[in-house]
Design a binder for this molecule. Structure first.
Ligand code: ADP
Ligand code: ADP
Length: 224
C-alpha cells in the first residue's frame, strides 16, 4: 500500500535544475524525513510530491493514482483529500478563525457547515488549541498557529501529510512538542508523514531518512 510514489521526477526552475531524477515510495503510515544541505532540492521535492508543483519529467502518484493522468478537477480533489500540507509558518487564512481555517478543506469538498465545524473542533481539541477556536491567527502565537495547521492538514483524513520544516520557526522546546504532535496526529489519523528538515534531531523522529544532494538521492537510511 503506497501513499506516495515518485518515479524519475525532474524539476527545473528557469535557471536552476532542482531535481534530477528522484524515485522513491512512501508506504501507508510510514514517517520519512527528507534531509540535505540548503538548496539541494528538499522543498521542490515536497512540492512536487504534494502536487503543488508539476514536474517536467517523471511521474507522481498519490494512493496509486498518477497525478498527470487525472483530469484537473479530480487531481485537485485528490490533492485536497489525500495530501495534507503543513508549511513552516502555518499559512492559515488571516481573516478566518482557527475553527473556520480547519473547516475550510471540508467546506471546499462540499461538506455542510455544521459537520465541517464539528470535525474542525474535534481536531482543534486533539492538537490542544480548541480554546482558541474563535481567535484569528494574528491573535495567537506561532506555535498555536502551527498546531491549527496540523489540524487543518489532517481534517480530511489524508493518506499522507507533507511538512516543510515544520519546526523551523519554533524554538527547540516548541519544536520537539510540534514533532510529537505531528507524529501522534498522523498516527491517529492513519496518515503517512513526509517531512523536510535540515535538523538532524528532527530527522531522528522518522522511520527512514532520504538524504538529497544536488537534486539526487544521495542515500536512504532506515532509522529506529
Ligand atoms: P532546499 O529546500 O533543499 O533548500 P529548494 O528545493 O528550495 O532546496 O531549491 C533547490 C534549487 O532550486 C536551488 O538551487 C534553488 O536556488 C532553486 N530554487 C528554489 N526555488 C526556486 C524558485 N522559486 N525560482 C528559482 N529557483 C528556485
Ligand atoms: P503554476 O505555474 O500555476 O504554479 P504549475 O505549472 O506548477 O502551475 O502546475 C501546477 C498545477 O499542476 C496544479 O494545478 C497541479 O494540480 C498540477 N500538477 C501537479 N502535479 C502534477 C503532475 N505530477 N502531473 C500533472 N499535473 C500536476
Amino acid at each position: 500500500d503506497l501513499a506516495l510514489e515518485m518515479r524519475r521526477v525532474e524539476y527545473a526552475y528557469r535557471r536552476d535544475v532542482a531535481l534530477r531524477g528522484i524515485s522513491l515510495a512512501v508506504r501507508a503510515g510510514e514517517v520519512v524525513a527528507v534531509t540535505g544541505p540548503s538548496g539541494c532540492g528538499k522543498s521542490t521535492l515536497l512540492h512536487c510530491a504534494a502536487g503543488i508543483l508539476r514536474p517536467q519529467g517523471g511521474a507522481v502518484s498519490l494512493v496509486g493514482r498518477d497525478l498527470a493522468e487525472l483530469p484537473e478537477a479530480e487531481r485537485t480533489r485528490l490533492r485536497r483529500t489525500q495530501a495534507g500540507v503543513v508549511l513552516q509558518f502555518g499559512q492559515l487564512v488571516p481573516d478566518l478563525s482557527l475553527m473556520d481555517n480547519v473547516a475550510l478543506p471540508l467546506l471546499l469538498e462540499g461538506h455542510d457547515r455544521d459537520a465541517a465545524r464539528r470535525a474542525a473542533l474535534g481536531w482543534l481539541e486533539r492538537v490542544g488549541v480548541a480554546g482558541d477556536a474563535a481567535a484569528v491567527p494574528g491573535e495567537l502565537s506561532g506555535g498555536q498557529n502551527q498546531r491549527a495547521a496540523v489540524a487543518r492538514a489532517l481534517v480530511t483524513g489524508p493518506a499522507i501529510v507533507f511538512a516543510d520544516e515544520p519546526t523551523g520557526s519554533l524554538d527547540s522546546h516548541a519544536g520537539e512538542q510540534m514533532m510529537e504532535l505531528l507524529l501522534a496526529s498522523t498516527r491517529d489519523g492513519g496518515a503517512a508523514l513526509m517531512m523536510v528538515t535540515h535538523d538532524n534531531l528532527i530527522a531522528a523522529y522518522a522511520d527512514r531518512e532520504i538524504r538529497l544532494r544536488d537534486g539526487v538521492i544521495q542515500h536512504e537510511v532506515a532509522l529506529s
